[in-house]
Design a protein around this ligand. Structure first.
Ligand SMILES: [Cu+2]
Length: 215
């Protein structure tokens, strides 16, 4: 959960921890108060019920504190969101096509793969297309998720900061084999990536020629 596999991980984690801490704090506070009140205002000790008719300081307190807290949560969310939607100009553009029930990735030189390969420390902008129904491109290790909707061209970006192989899931229920719709993103050194990409280009060119000859 805390592995910094992309540049978004830190900010998403700190926002998440902040929200969970606030929730846990209030859960503990309210539960404790409830238990105390159950004993303190027990019917045996307080034979006659008393009504109170509002309290201005109390009303202000429980309006102002939650308002401030949700504004802080909104601020963190908004800041993270604007960062996630604005891809840097030097991003490598990869077309991602989702269909029931697989992913296809297409690189600037036309190479197509089922697994996503990217170089480390280089921003990657994804152009998301769906051929059929709603899907969602989700890389948990990158704290990255974006819906892939038919007839709508969503874009997003991420910056991989750790070498390795990470899961890619579809995070939008898209039919019977939705749970099989997974792939992987492999983060490589720039040099290895360049070698891999040109090798793939050669290979796919060869395949094209062979299939053309067959025809
Ligand atoms: Cu899907």
């Amino acid at each position: 959960m805390f592995a910094d596999a992309s540049s978004f991980v830190q900010s998403v984690n700190s926002t998440f921890i902040f929200i969970v801490s606030v929730c846990v704090f209030f859960l503990a506070l309210i539960t404790t108060m409830m238990i105390i009140f159950v004993f303190k205002y027990n019917r045996k000790k307080n034979k006659k019920a008393v009504n109170i008719h509002g309290s201005v300081p109390l009303e202000i307190t429980w309006t102002v504190i939650p308002t401030i807290l949700v504004i802080i949560m909104f601020y963190f969310g908004w800041e993270g969101y604007t960062l996630m939607v604005n891809a840097p100009a030097n991003s490598m553009v990869i077309k991602v096509t989702a269909q029931m029930w697989s992913w296809k990735f297409e690189y600037p030189n036309g190479v197509k793969t089922d697994t996503l390969y990217v170089p480390i420390n280089k921003p990657v902008k994804v152009l998301l297309h769906s051929q059929d129904v709603d899907h969602s491109f989700y890389v948990p290790a990158f704290k990255f998720k974006k819906d892939v909707i038919p007839n709508r061209n969503n874009t997003a970006w991420f910056l991989p900061e750790k070498l390795g192989k990470f899961d890619v899931f579809c995070a939008e229920y898209c039919g019977l084999r939705h749970s099989y719709m997974y792939s992987a993103v492999v983060v490589m050194k720039q040099k290895d990536f360049d070698t891999w990409l040109s090798a793939q280009e050669e290979k796919q060119k060869d395949n094209d020629t062979t299939s053309a000859v067959k025809l």
